[in-house]
Design a protein around this ligand. Sequence first.
Ligand SMILES: NC(=O)c1ccc[n+]([C@@H]2O[C@H](COP(=O)([O-])OP(=O)(O)OC[C@H]3O[C@@H](n4cnc5c(N)ncnc54)[C@H](OP(=O)(O)O)[C@@H]3O)[C@@H](O)[C@H]2O)c1
Length: 435
Amino acid sequence: MITLVHEGRTVESAVTPAPGELSIALLGLGKVGSSVAALALDPPPSLTRRLRIIGALVRRPAREPELNGLVALTTDAVTLLESQPDVVVELLGGVEPARSLILAALNGGIPVVTANKSLLARHGDELLDAAARTGTPLRYEASVIAGVPFLGTFSRRPLASDVRRITGIVNGTSNFILSTMTSEGTSFADALTHSQRRGFAEPDPSKDVGGIDAAEKLSVLLRQFGGWSVHPDALDVSGIDGLTVEDLRQAAVFGGAVKPVIHAEWTGDEAAAFAGPAFVSGAHPLARIDGVQNAVCLVGRSGELCLAGPGAGPDVTAATVIDDVLEVVDQDRERQHAAYRGARRPRLTEAATGWFVRVTAETKLPDGRDVSDLLSADGVWLRRVSDRGRCRNATAQWLLTYPCSRTRLDRALLALCAAAGCSTFAIRALEGSRE
Ligand SMILES: NC(=O)c1ccc[n+]([C@@H]2O[C@H](COP(=O)([O-])OP(=O)(O)OC[C@H]3O[C@@H](n4cnc5c(N)ncnc54)[C@H](OP(=O)(O)O)[C@@H]3O)[C@@H](O)[C@H]2O)c1
């Protein structure tokens, strides 16, 4: 027996599992943690082992009414870990105390399953190093595209994992907002409110719409597929909040759509990576990924492989977490030793892509030939130019450029604005599967 605090009272929790049962110490009983507990308490027939939640760590035990009495709640993490569960499942979110508790579990030889991309993005090297050093399994399948179990599969297949480029949509909130703006013709603010009402956006959506969540997932993917250690703050990140309905309409006229994209490619000791909205041409596999769907396209030895599916949601995430639990208890510890050889810091370079540019002017837009001449003087070449329209009470025109770096584009747009008295807003543009 261990002593846990439940609803402010001290209660006892049976920790001796029945034969064949797996005991789980659950760190966090929020949206995903509650779904994990519900699955453990009422397992579907397909679950091959019985699971017992020996206790759940929370901050405020009184705030967890649904599982009241069914799961012993505690604010005492140390006692919970000392009860020697078969697996620790970390669903707290954030960096601390999640980092310290996972390290304590790994150093004590207890396998860990987590869905915490923020932590993995910032401290993944340290955690994977502890797992490899102690030979203790650490799994994090639900941290990126929770409903598509691909990280574990690729980690067991070194040649399939020999990837040199990743492109994807890994934030369902941003994808839902842009899809709603496109299909309903609503503003960013209205689409955000709609997605909050549907439960697809947090009350504070800044990490999702600002691109931070996507950048964290990109960091996890860079480590997994490239062996690169890149802090999300070092990435080129932009959000979707500057986009207008008119931008999305023009993207359709250009034969594509605007999507919240992550992209990374590498060669030698150099890597280029970004997270942010991008125009994707109709030929691109990501052009068809709508709503809360996520997808990742990997380019490696066998050409391009794209996987798509639900990116989040408590039930989807909980199912992936539990599949991880079943895998870690059977995982050969030698494999965890061998799985991680350390990550290297790449020399980060600028990705050269096409650009989708909105040019606006209060009074008169520059002549198309002048725009082309001014931009080409700085090495930016136009692929397409739209008809003139209106955007935010100004005259507007949209451009698609051939690939160049952000530095080159910014220099050219600065010169254009200075010479022609206009304003610009630019996002990246990806053509087919070649960029
Ligand atoms: N939601 C999804 O669909 C989804 C999908 C993929 C991955 N994830 C990841 O899964 C993790 C959990 O997400 P969630 O949506 O379930 O979060 P959540 O609803 O905010 O739940 C967090 C839980 O952790 C507890 N907690 C947080 N900090 C704590 C602390 N310092 N001490 C003790 N307890 C603490 C909270 O307790 P109190 O309520 O008492 O504060 C709550 O029970 C995150 O890493 C998230 O990124 C979520």
